[in-house]
Design a protein around this ligand. Structure first.
Ligand code: DX5
Ligand code: ZN
Length: 226
């Protein structure tokens, strides 16, 4: 593995919502690979964030894939509107999907890439049977709901176990991690096997420009081999 194979997915949750389009364009120019969009419904997690109209509004500001992370109950009733709004990848939480197989079929039927996420306390076993059908597994490295939380170290072992399963079975499914990713934790997550890094407050913050933050995160991965 070389660090050039790692993708960065800035989370717009920490962006300036008053100038969201410009911020999306800035991370695109700075070398992002996906735009990560955190959708929260006030039930699965406490905050309410954004819905499909915002996805539609930012679609013209970038050519990058829009990576929509649904932290909502009953995601099945949301899929179509996010697909129509321009989502390229939709990720649902296994914790709210008693019938993951049906959910994945629905996503594929809408022409989007299918992702499933699990929280830190949820075992990998819940996605094991469905891995061949998935385009992406998102391992939460914080408890979902808020930006700026500390990376949960215990998830490193889960990342490594999933990496091993994917490699052993020859599955192309992407392994994405989300929460607490910084220039310090990113190399460790990648070392354990993550290949897509979501980063919110490490990219959009008042300390540095988006370009400086992206450069710093990418520099932390330089030279990683394995
Ligand atoms: C948390 C969201 C994350 C969040 C990450 O529930 O899913 O995508 O924006 O923020 P940071 O990178 O600041 O932990
Ligand atoms: Zn997210």
């Amino acid at each position: 593995m070389v660090s050039s194979e790692v993708k960065i997915a800035p989370s717009i949750l920490s962006a300036d919502f008053a100038r969201l389009g410009e911020q999306v364009a800035e991370v695109t120019t700075a070398g992002a690979h996906y735009i990560h969009i955190d959708v929260m419904d006030g039930h699965f997690v406490p905050p309410i964030t954004i819905g499909a109209p915002v996805v539609e509004a930012i679609r013209p500001w970038t050519n990058l894939p829009l990576d929509v992370h649904l932290m909502v109950e009953r995601p099945e009733i949301q899929l179509e509107q996010f697909a129509r709004a321009g989502a390229d990848i939709i990720t649902v939480h296994a914790e709210v999907c008693p019938d993951l197989h049906r959910m994945v079929e629905s996503m594929k039927g809408l022409g989007v890439r299918a992702g499933v996420s699990i929280n830190p306390a949820t075992p990998l076993a819940v996605v094991d049977e469905i891995l061949p059908a998935l385009d992406l597994v998102l391992l939460m490295t914080v408890n979902p709901g808020f930006a700026g939380q500390a990376f949960i170290e215990e998830v490193l072992d889960k990342i490594a176990r999933l990496r091993q399963i994917l490699d052993e079975r020859g599955l192309a499914c992407e392994l994405e991690v989300d929460g607490g990713i910084t220039a310090q934790t990113a190399p460790r997550a990648v070392g354990a096997g993550a290949r897509v890094l979501v980063a919110g407050s490490a990219i959009f913050n008042s300390r540095e420009s988006v370009k400086e933050a992206m450069d710093r995160l990418m520099a932390s991965l330089r030279g990683l081999t394995g």
